[in-house]
Ligand binder design. Structure first.
Ligand code: ZN
Length: 153
């Protein structure tokens, strides 16, 4: 009897330890949103919904095969009310900064740099205040086809 008690409490301690160890893994991290882009100038996702303040992780993967210089893709989430055409026009001359013009950095909520074929990158950010936000690929000539909306409620 005297031998069993310690082993039982050891089991209880072990179980408690396991529970404590598992809990952080299950704790909420950013919600992952996978978006692919391709040589046909298409994003796989054109609408995202989120709650204000929700942590999001957008993972962009370029599934294309054409060279980065000819068919690179980025992902730029613009603030509400930004003139998308004006941003995209200015972006055309901003190759050195991943087609995000320095003068318009303030228009951007979150972004992922230009990716070549088979490359992947991510952006982690908090969903802004309730509203509708446009995301685009600002690689020259792409935004008309490569765009979508983030709706925050
Ligand atoms: Zn693109």
């Amino acid at each position: 009897m005297k031998i069993r008690f310690p082993s039982l409490s050891l089991l209880v301690a072990l179980a408690a330890g396991l529970t404590a160890g598992v809990a952080p893994v299950l704790a909420a991290g950013p919600r992952v949103i996978e978006i692919t882009a391709n040589d046909q100038m298409k994003f796989s996702v054109s609408a995202i919904e989120a709650k204000a303040g929700e942590e999001l992780k957008v993972v962009l993967t370029n599934q294309g095969t054409l060279p980065k210089e000819a068919m690179g893709h980025n992902w730029v989430l613009l603030k509400a009310g930004v003139d998308v055409a004006a941003f995209a026009t200015a972006a055309m001359a901003a190759k050195d900064t991943d087609y995000i013009p320095a003068a318009k950095k303030g228009d951007v909520v979150a972004s992922i740099p230009v990716l070549g074929p088979k490359k992947s990158a991510e952006a982690v950010f908090k969903a802004p205040a309730a509203g509708t936000y446009t995301f685009i690929c600002s690689f020259p000539g792409h935004y008309m086809l490569m765009k979508g909306t983030l709706t925050v409620k």
